[in-house]
Design a protein around this ligand. Structure first.
Ligand code: 59J
Length: 584
């Protein structure tokens, strides 16, 4: 009984003790949650909803010299998932895959392969409209990431100059690569609150503002670029050539106004391409300049005082021996003056002249006009070509280099060298940037010599010259043809040629310099005067009209018009006639 009494007397105290203990535990829990673990818990909560996200910065726009866009970044969205969350919503996968336009099997494999991860891209760079449709499905674990896609409005036409960016918007080739640091923006960061579905519901604060990429204005003139591209493409196709390049420079400022190559590619859709197509051959590929180098040899001859334009040389019988080698012309030109050596492109005449000059002077001229050194435009992969030192030349090297073999140049280098002739003897820098001021040059020949050589180059396109098809109606034209046998593993080849033309207009006060190279024409003709010269003429004619350049040869303009009107050829003849200053 007393036991029972004891028990019953002890019960209230026991219950009280339990009660006090429970209370103490609860109090402790309150203290713990409110005070001791507060920070930890807040962090955990915030981590679930408060996020730091990057704010992408768009890459700068590339424009031509008139502000026409050539490379622009358009906003796109990339759809990504947290696979761990997405695994919980398997019933909605079909819907999601359909919305994303991904075959279901592929979608399933993708998510399952990454199910232990917290991040996987489902589709990158889709149109924002598609992205928001997907988000509207409200499927857990799906988020968007804003990105930018590079778009090239001129497509193929500017492909080699601009290059392209990779999927992360970093420059990979061409000017996109060369000017990457300039074009690149700097992403910012901001703190946001996201809801259960990962959607941003509130901007909390900007941590760092994104810095937009800077714009780049190029020296390129989109209209000339189109023209150069179109004419080159047509010629490469017509003559079934392997490749080709065109460079157009502003003869005064050294700006690259147009640069095109074949084969080309569409930078907006590069899915099925070989690296071979990406090369900007005009700056990365070298060739032997052949006869296009002769004007510089003649420049040294004139500067030496030993020769004038009318000095006569005997080139009979059309070949000559130098040591164990024979130098040949395609015909026996007999006794001709220096001007005719250029006009007919005599290898024998040029060699005779070269062998009578100091090797050092020849070398100074060739390196002075930029052969053997890169042009310094910073274009990725630019080749510097090869020019061996004169101290290593044997007489045969001296002769063959003087008519263009045994050295190599890029089309851009050759154009720059011709700019020296156009700029009265000054070597000026070339650039891809809009820079319409005349930069200081280095004098490498006297203005008199430059003008005399230019005058000789006019005879090349006139009656009796090798380059008559380069003539531009209404303008005096100066230039040089070249037909070069290609050097293969077993020496120079009989059936593979590079055809070229290098020149300038208007010859009296050159405004434009242009080089055309066409590699391995295979449809019959292969002479530079037949294959490359017409490309020069059509691009220059169009370019001078676009630039509103004053004709310096009204006689030939009149003659040309008479011919045109007589033949009633071309529907632009009346328009030209209206703008003619003084009739025929
Ligand atoms: C030529 C060469 C190769 C290298 C010759 C072209 C030499 C030479 C060894 C024969 C075709 C051909 C160092 S010719 O460019 O002279 O442009 O309208 O490839 O001579 O010695 O069946 N150009 N071209 N020579 N080699 N080696 C002329 C000339 C040139 C023309 C034509 C016909 C060659 C008028 C070239 C043109 O000026």
């Amino acid at each position: 009984m007393s036991d029972n009494d004891n028990v019953s007397a002890a019960r209230p105290r026991f219950v009280l003790a339990i009660f006090v203990l429970v209370m103490a535990a609860l109090m402790w829990r309150v203290v713990d949650l409110q005070l001791l673990s507060k920070n930890f818990l807040r962090q955990q909560g915030d981590a679930r909803y408060l996020r730091v996200v990057t704010v992408p910065a768009s890459r700068g726009t590339i424009t031509d010299r008139h502000g026409e866009p050539l490379a622009v970044s358009t906003p796109v969205d990339s759809v990504w998932a947290n696979p761990k969350e997405l695994m919980q919503a398997r019933d909605r996968w079909k819907e999601l895959a359909r919305g994303l336009d991904i075959p279901y099997k592929r979608f399933e494999a993708l998510v399952e392969r990454h199910q232990q991860r917290e991040f996987v891209y489902l589709r990158r760079r889709v149109h924002p409209a598609l992205a928001s449709k997907v988000m509207a499905l409200q499927i857990p674990g799906i988020s968007l990431q804003r990105e930018f896609r590079r778009y090239y409005p001129a497509g193929e036409v500017t492909a080699h100059v601009l290059g392209f960016t990779n999927v992360d918007d970093a420059g990979q080739e061409g000017l996109e690569l060369a000017y990457d640091h300039w074009l690149l923006g700097e992403p910012g960061t901001k703190r946001v609150i996201k809801d259960r579905l990962g959607r941003i519901v509130e901007n909390v604060e900007n941590i760092r503002e994104p810095v937009l990429g800077r714009n780049l204005m190029l020296s390129i003139d989109r209209r000339l670029q189109y023209l150069a591209y179109r004419e080159l493409k047509a010629a490469v196709r017509k003559h079934k050539a392997k490749s080709g390049s065109v460079v157009v420079l502003d003869a005064r400022t050294g700006e690259v106004l147009a640069m095109a190559n074949q084969p080309a590619y569409n930078p907006n859709n590069r899915s099925s391409l070989r690296g071979d197509y990406y090369r900007n051959r005009a700056v990365t590929d070298v060739f032997e300049p052949g006869s296009t180098i002769k004007p510089f040899t003649i420049g040294v001859a004139l500067a030496s005082g030993k020769y004038s334009a009318s000095t006569v040389l005997n080139t009979s019988p059309g070949y000559m021996r130098v040591g164990r080698n024979t130098i040949r012309d395609i015909r026996n030109y007999g006794s001709i003056d220096v001007t005719t050596v250029i006009q007919k492109s005599s290898n024998v005449g040029t060699s005779k002249i070269a062998l009578s000059l100091e090797p050092e002077k020849l070398w100074e001229m060739f390196s002075g006009v930029g052969f053997g050194v890169a042009t310094g435009t910073g274009f990725p992969g630019e080749a510097s070509g090869v020019l061996t030192g004169h101290w290593r030349w044997h007489p045969i090297d001296q002769a063959t280099i003087a008519f263009g073999y045994g050295l190599s140049v890029t089309p851009l280098q050759l154009a720059r060298a011709y700019m020296v002739l156009a700029a009265d003897g000054e070597l000026r820098p070339v650039t891809f940037e809009y820079q319409p001021t005349i930069s200081e040059g280095i004098p490498v020949m006297t203005p008199e010599v430059a003008r005399q050589v230019r005058a000789m180059l006019e005879t090349v396109v006139n009656d009796g010259g090798t380059g008559q098809l380069a003539r531009v109606a209404g303008y005096r034209t100066a230039g040089k043809t070249g037909t070069v046998r290609k050097n293969g593993v077993s020496g120079y080849q009989e059936d593979r040629y590079t055809s070229m033309f290098a020149g300038m207009v208007p010859a009296t006060n050159p405004r434009l310099v242009m080089v055309v190279t066409i590699d391995e024409p295979s449809a019959g003709d292969y002479y530079g005067g037949v294959i490359a010269a017409p490309v020069f003429a059509s691009v220059m004619a169009g370019a001078l009209r676009l630039l509103d350049s004053a004709p310096d040869d009204l006689n030939s303009r009149g003659r040309e018009l008479q011919l045109r009107n007589a033949a009633a050829s071309g529907d632009d003849a009346p328009r030209v006639a209206l703008s003619l200053p003084g009739g025929t």
